[in-house]
Write a protein that binds this ligand. Structure first.
Ligand SMILES: [Zn+2]
Length: 472
């Protein structure tokens, strides 16, 4: 009987890795890895990235990706370095995004490790980079395309079908059919579920699967996002900060939220609801990512497709005064900008990356504002800011937090609690078992309670390294 092991995203929101194994021993058992993410956030989690998997990567036959975010792909270079040689299936948009994300990840890790060594402020043993740029190429050679929708045979044992997840470009929920002789077991992996009614991407679609087992994310299982029109709120913040002569820093990854912000800022400028001010997208990969958002039309919702074509000017992801910075020197030069501007820079959880130096400069000034739009994991500086920290530790120094901190859950790329329940209600039959992953314990438990109450399904919170049977 097939089984599944939770190698990550169990009890936390990062490190997504699910190992599916068919029955049998040795080579007779086929192994498929669904996602291969990096642990991010608290040091205790990050240390897991340096530990070998409990299964030898050489013995894993196949891998498949739900989407390109690093907490779903960022450990692939280690997997390949440790001996994995099988194909890594992903749709074309995910393949292209994964390439830019992994290259960027390798650079950021090197930069962070270098900085830690130089400044010696990190007492943490692992000041070495988890992997380097040359570890990324072997992964790219293993990436193989699979269709954006419809069914696809990975092997005689594994068949997958993808459904739009509406989370980032290329994001999918996967229906996995496992064949063992005459027996067929259906497992649905939600991947990360996006929000309904968001711009640019298509809506999340629940797989119409009679699932034996469901693996469902629970990032916001205990919370709803703030109500309100994101566009109007963003206009208010921009106008307020510009009026007092301040600047706005938005910690955000170059993929997904950056495009959503650009989309709304462009619309607000065109409608003359905000002044045209300089927007710095401080990320070497933002331009490539934005190009991919434009290129992969199969992901676009109807309104976005209309905006691209209707007025002929169609550049809905580009603000009028757009500055892209690629090099570290260009990034540092933004520090000299005194007039109101908007700086969008990674990482989204302020755990590393260039946003650190922007915050070190702009946090102490009450005229400025910081917009927190994404999920802020436990132990990250983003979480500390969200919870009202008065100071932040940056580059080994204590920086006072005087800037206005604005949380804008409306810009989240993750479904809130009721949206998760809406997605779940789309399944045609109750899964025989549901495991909740990709959520901090409180969130996963809250969703478990809500599922029991609303649907009376069996639901359990996944535990790290637990192996469960997929048999009915
Ligand atoms: Zn994601």
């Amino acid at each position: 009987m097939a089984k599944l092991t939770f190698l990550g995203a169990a009890g936390c929101v990062t490190g997504s890795k699910y190992l599916v194994e068919t029955a049998g021993s040795g080579a007779a058992s086929k192994k498929l890895l669904v996602d291969c993410g990096l642990f991010q956030g608290a040091n205790e989690l990050k240390e897991r990235n340096f530990k070998p998997l409990p299964v030898d990567p050489k013995t894993i036959d196949y891998a498949v990706l739900t989407h390109a975010h690093l907490d779903h792909t960022g450990w692939l270079p280690v997997l390949a370095r440790d001996g994995y040689r099988g194909p890594i299936f992903a749709n074309p948009a995910t393949m292209e995004l994964t390439e830019i994300l992994l290259k960027d990840s390798a650079h950021l890790q090197e930069e962070d490790a270098e900085r830690a060594k130089r400044k010696k402020y990190n007492h943490h043993e692992e000041a070495r980079a988890l992997y380097e740029p040359e570890d990324v190429d072997p992964v790219l050679k293993l990436l193989k395309p699979m269709p954006r929708s419809g069914g696809f045979d990975i092997s005689p044992e594994f068949h997958v079908e993808s459904f739009d997840a509406g989370h980032i470009l290329g994001s999918s929920s996967l229906e996995l059919a496992i064949r063992e002789g005459a027996k067929k077991t259906v497992v649905v992996f939600s991947g990360d579920i996006g929000r309904y009614g968001q711009p640019i991407l298509k809506e999340p679609t629940t797989p119409p699967s009679k699932a034996d087992v469901l693996i469902c994310e629970s990032t916001y299982g205990d919370r709803e996002h703030e109500d309100g029109d994101p566009e109007g709120l963003l206009a208010q913040i921009v106008n307020r900060v510009v009026k007092r002569g301040g600047s706005i820093v938005i910690p955000a990854f170059a993929i997904g939220r950056t495009q959503t912000f650009m989309y709304y800022l462009r619309r607000l400028e065109d409608q003359q609801r905000i002044p045209r001010i300089a927007v710095y997208v401080d990320s070497p990969m933002a331009l490539s990512a934005t190009d991919l958002y434009i290129k992969h039309k199969e992901d676009h919702d109807l309104e976005f497709a209309r905006e691209e074509s209707s007025d002929g000017k169609g550049d809905p992801l580009n603000v009028h005064e757009f500055h892209l910075t690629r090099t570290a020197e260009e990034s540092k030069a933004i520090n000299k900008v005194k007039t109101p501007c908007i700086i969008i820079s990674a990482s989204g959880m302020v755990s590393g990356g260039r946003v650190l130096h922007h915050l070190a400069l702009r946090l102490p000034d009450a005229k400025n504002a910081i917009i927190l739009a994404g999920f802020q994991a436990e132990g990250t500086r983003g979480r500390a800011l969200r919870e009202g920290a008065k100071t932040l530790n940056l580059f080994g120094e204590t920086v006072p937090v005087c800037a206005e901190i604005v949380e804008m859950g409306q810009f989240s790329a993750h479904a809130g609690k009721s949206e998760l329940l809406r997605w779940l209600s789309g399944l045609p039959t109750p899964p025989k078992q549901t495991y909740l992953t990709h959520g901090e314990p409180v969130a996963a438990q809250a969703l478990q309670a809500a599922i029991r109450q609303k649907f009376a399904w069996k639901a359990a919170v996944a535990r790290y390294l637990d192996t469960v049977s997929l048999g009915a």
